[in-house]
Design a protein around this ligand. Structure first.
Ligand code: GDG
Length: 505
């Protein structure tokens, strides 16, 4: 029966995310090697693994992951270096279903809707292929994840389950049907768009998304704005009863809490990472090439990051202020992303061609205005964070944007952050950044000039304020706030259950 355990510390935490904390490879002469996931998600969630025994359920990505899944069976495998009682479990899905789930539904369709990336007169077309990918890809893979969680809950009925992100919207409903009293929590790492934009999807799809999320006890976002948009969708698209002030949706005789917890970084660990030798090596290379000033951006080549308008703004800036020719270089590190999706392949081509146009227009044999590297290189990213004069984050929409927190934290040149008003980070840091509208290229060109000419005094004050906010809102605070609400919701539910007659049992 639910509601008897008010504190879940002794029970395992079941984390569920598409990508897990490790993926295995077979390397010649070394055998099986575990590579640690490098994304911000894994780093952010690692803190949870210190607090309680954890089982982390994720998709088997590599061939070796599948072998590990087959060999390890029911018990899963030990997650080395993540906390003494951390185990991993792989969900094995066939390639065609995974492709449909990941490359047809989650990454293009859901990501595009949640970042307002469609030009609706042109796209998307919801054809047989998409409908089929929804049923036999997204829904099928979500059911596979749900089955894994259902099995684990049979063993650990008091566990807290935390789902992460847009790949797993419909799994909670399947788990809820099997375990009506389970405690389910879902964190959405990306923005939530407003109801009309969701009407791009046929009713059965958008309703399954919302109903899947409403099967949780708590649905969590980075900002109050996203939480509000989600509640609007529940009201407008499902007809659910919503209490906006209390952050509460009533659905199927249950109360769902909708909350905002802005994610942050592990500031001390990040500062320590910035002092490592590989970063110093990259710094030396960067400093050898630097001109008087340096503008930096570090982003996955994602359409939501607004790379093209950033370069157009720099082009415009050089037109407006030719005295900066040869004085300032724009260093862009853009690790390629989602190269299984057509729009992302085209995006890389567009980036390369725009950069080559701008470099030809303004550059000379001695100076290349834009230094573009399309590579994964975290030590180099850290070196750039330390030495920028201007950091450009101009995302079209961005759930939080961790770069906007990491880079100012370790910057050593009193650099200025230019920040899109449509990032989650803007809620916390906007007052100390130069705010830009991501579509207004002219505004961004002027912002670059304002940043490069800002007095030292003002740069120091703004930089110090951002560092202080990032240190104070450490990721531990993000985790603690969620744990507090999980416990509070368990208490509230048990009181509610005690008040209700139990004829439904
Ligand atoms: C999603 C949401 C939300 C940079 N270069 C390399 C590299 N990085 C690191 C950065 C940063 C991370 O990758 C990127 O995080 P962001 O938050 O900026 O962006 P998304 O990847 O889109 O993340 C976002 C986040 O989830 C967390 O909830 O903030 O809004 O879109 O830590 O420093 N990492 C590696 N190689 C690099 O070259 N491995």
């Amino acid at each position: 029966m639910h509601g008897e355990r008010l504190d879940d510390v002794a029970d395992p935490l079941i984390l569920v995310s598409n990508r897990g904390p490790v993926t295995f490879q077979r390397v010649r002469q070394r055998g099986r090697v575990a590579g640690r996931g490098s994304g911000g998600l894994v780093t952010a969630l690692s803190g949870l693994l210190d607090a309680s025994p954890t089982i982390w359920v994720s998709a088997a990505i590599s061939r070796e992951d599948r072998l590990v899944a087959a060999e390890s069976g029911e018990d899963g495998f030990q997650l080395e270096g993540f906390g003494h009682e951390a185990r991993g479990r792989f969900v094995v899905v066939d390639d065609a279903a995974y492709h449909a789930y990941y490359n047809i539904i989650a990454n293009p369709i859901l990501w595009f809707i949640q970042h307002y990336l469609w030009d609706l007169s042109n796209a998307p077309d919801i054809r047989w292929e998409e409908l089929e990918a929804w049923e036999n890809g997204y829904q099928a893979v979500n059911r596979r994840f749900a089955d894994e969680v259902i099995g684990l809950l049979e063993e650990h009925p008091h566990a807290t389950v935390m789902f992460h992100d847009y790949h797993l919207y419909t799994a909670p409903a399947v788990v809820r049907a099997a375990h009506p009293w389970a405690f389910l929590h879902h964190f959405v790492h990306i923005p939530w768009s407003q109801p009309d934009y969701w009407r791009v999807l046929p009713p059965h799809i958008r309703e399954a998304v919302l109903e899947g999320l409403l099967a949780n006890d708590i649905v969590a976002f980075h900002t109050r704005g996203y939480a509000r948009s989600f509640m609007l969708c529940c009201e407008d698209l499902l007809g659910a009863a919503v209490d906006y002030r209390r952050g509460l949706v009533r659905w199927n005789d249950r109360e769902v809490w909708v909350r905002a917890y802005p994610i942050s970084i592990n500031a001390p660990a990040f500062e320590a990472l910035a002092q490592e030798p590989p970063v110093a090596e990259e710094e030396a290379l960067i400093l050898r090439r630097r001109r008087r000033q340096m503008i930096v951006r570090v982003d996955r080549t994602d359409l939501a990051k607004n790379v093209l308008r950033g370069f157009k703004a720099f082009d415009r800036f050089l037109d407006l202020y030719p005295e900066y020719l040869e004085q300032v270089t724009f260093v862009a590190q853009l690790p390629p992303s989602r190269q299984d999706v057509d729009e992302y392949i085209e995006y890389i081509e567009k980036i390369r061609s725009l950069v080559s146009h701008i470099n030809t227009k303004h550059g000379n044999t001695d100076w290349m205005p834009i230094d573009l590297r399309m590579e994964h290189n975290m030590p180099r990213a850290l070196a750039l964070y330390k030495h920028y004069d201007v950091m450009l984050v101009n995302s079209i929409f961005d759930g939080m944007n961790l770069v906007a927190k990491e880079a100012p934290l370790i910057n050593e040149r009193d650099g200025v952050l230019i920040l899109s008003e449509n990032t989650g980070a803007h809620e916390e840091l906007g007052a100390f950044a130069i705010t830009v509208n991501p579509f207004d290229v002219e505004d961004q060109a002027r912002a670059i000039h304002a940043a490069l000419t800002m007095s030292r005094e003002e740069r120091v004050a703004r930089g110090a304020a951002i560092k202080q906010i990032v240190r104070a809102n450490n990721v531990a605070k993000w985790l603690a706030a969620q744990r507090r609400d999980i416990n509070a919701k368990r208490v509230a539910d048990s009181r509610r259950a005690a008040r209700q007659p139990r004829e439904d049992n």
